[in-house]
Design a protein around this ligand. Structure first.
Ligand code: FAD
Length: 387
């Protein structure tokens, strides 16, 4: 008999939120992370409006607001040719900017306060199995931990996904992101900026403590130009963008991001957050998907654990709920990437959106998950775009 109802691998937003929800439901939950918190994580560090709502449903918004996050009212998107448009969230709705070392530590605390046991410095290297059924995890130091179910919330290069052989294919979208905090000579206020370049883009947004996050994403041959000195490349990118900014910390690098999975459930295991499949960070929806995915995962796990049946079949409703919740958002991410990777097309679209502010608002609200993606394909909106 396992001591744990659920072992959650990874204490990012997906893992902490899943652990908090299950623990609050009375299950015995162990949350494991290889890192010690607070720890930095390469990310644009913007929680979109639907992510803010998800933090509230989790009961964690008050502690997040106490950390003094920046408020985000919309985004300015600039094409490489200089054409740009502004998209605003609806009035009374906003996103938040907060360093991931702050946000993630707060969410781990939230899981602990909800009753989950948290172990950091605990790197999972393998899964235990009984036939095809996952029955626990193995840590780097050889410790074996049995559990009725294992939740893979361990991000992009998930060990749980690899051990379950659930990766659909290797990444096709080759990108590298460089992230650091800076102090801007002229703070942006409540508007984030995305500037696309000939080979990549730069995202800039205020976060907490007067800091701003700058994330430089490079593609194609430009990735070689980064070489071994990411700090120097990042500083050059700031100057190329005309940003008067002082870098405050070491540049973090990550990529590629495109890691699709075949499915998000297995016998005795379930995937959530980036581990359950990721494509591209441009639309900034990852934290929302992690938190919303945690809600869906906790519902499915609750039912499966109560029924004493955590097989892939009994967890299948989670798979369907994810498709329903995220399917159209994923199609939008692919569409946005098609524009971003074609500078002339993006320039054309930015010019159109600049002349018709409602179009800019519509796309930014869809990526903020406050407007259904299907509304972007309404005949009226398409007519306005091509008119
Ligand atoms: C460049 C970039 C910019 C982004 N910008 C934004 C943005 O502005 N807004 C937004 O919403 N999203 C953004 N995202 C996406 C967002 O960062 C992710 O979607 C989000 O972090 C997913 O959360 P998670 O909990 O699934 O995974 P993670 O946050 O990656 O957490 C995974 C955790 O698992 C732990 N772990 C990993 N392996 C093991 C192991 N073997 N054993 C134990 N623990 C392990 C890690 O230490 C980590 O703490 C961006 C992503 C990138 C790459």
């Amino acid at each position: 008999m396992s001591a744990w109802d659920a072992v959650v691998v990874g204490g990012g937003p997906a893992g902490s939120a899943t652990a908090a929800r299950l623990a609050a439901d009375g299950f015995a939950v162990l949350l494991l992370d290889r890192a010690a918190f607070p720890r930095r994580k390469p990310c644009g560090e913007c929680v979109n409006p639907a992510g803010v709502a998800a933090l509230q449903r989790l009961g964690a918004l008050d502690r997040v607001l106490a950390a003094d996050p920046a408020r985000l009212d919309g985004w300015r998107i600039a094409a490489a040719d200089g054409r740009a448009f502004l998209g605003r969230f609806p009035s009374g709705v906003h996103g938040l900017g907060l360093g991931r070392e702050v946000l993630d530590a707060l969410l781990v605390d939230h899981a602990r306060d909800a009753g989950a046991e948290v172990r950091t410095g605990a790197k999972v290297v393998d899964l235990q199995r009984d036939g095809t059924r996952v029955t626990g995890v193995v840590l780097e130091d050889g410790t074996e931990i049995a559990s009725r179910v294992v939740v893979g919330a361990d991000g992009l290069r998930s060990i749980v996904v690899r051990r379950l052989e659930l990766l659909r294919r290797p990444p096709r979208l080759r990108k590298l992101a460089l992230t650091a905090h800076v102090r801007l000579a002229e703070p942006l206020g409540g508007r984030g900026e995305l500037r696309t370049l000939a080979a990549g883009c730069v995202g800039i947004a205020q976060v907490d403590g007067g800091r701003a996050n700058v994330t430089v994403v490079v593609t194609g041959d430009e990735m070689h130009a980064v070489g071994g000195d990411r700090d120097a490349y990042f500083d050059r990118a700031l100057r190329r963008c005309g940003l008067n900014a002082e870098r405050l910390d070491e540049v973090l690098a990550t990529g590629p991001f495109d890691w699709p999975v075949r499915r998000a459930v297995a016998d005795g295991a379930l995937l959530v957050g980036d581990a359950a499949g990721y494509y591209d960070p441009f639309t900034g929806q990852g934290i929302f998907r992690a938190l919303r995915g945690a809600e869906l995962a906790a519902d499915a796990l609750h039912a499966a654990l109560r029924a004493g049946d955590a097989t892939a079949t009994s967890l299948a409703p989670y798979e369907r709920a994810r498709r329903h919740a995220f399917g159209s958002g994923e199609r939008l991410q692919h569409l946005v990437e098609a524009f971003v990777s074609r500078p002339r097309l993006l320039g054309w679209a930015a010019g159109r959106f600049a002349r018709r502010p409602a179009l800019g608002d519509a796309i930014i609200r869809a990526t903020g998950d406050v407007r259904p993606v299907r509304s972007l394909f309404s005949p009226a909106l398409i007519a306005r775009l091509v008119a």
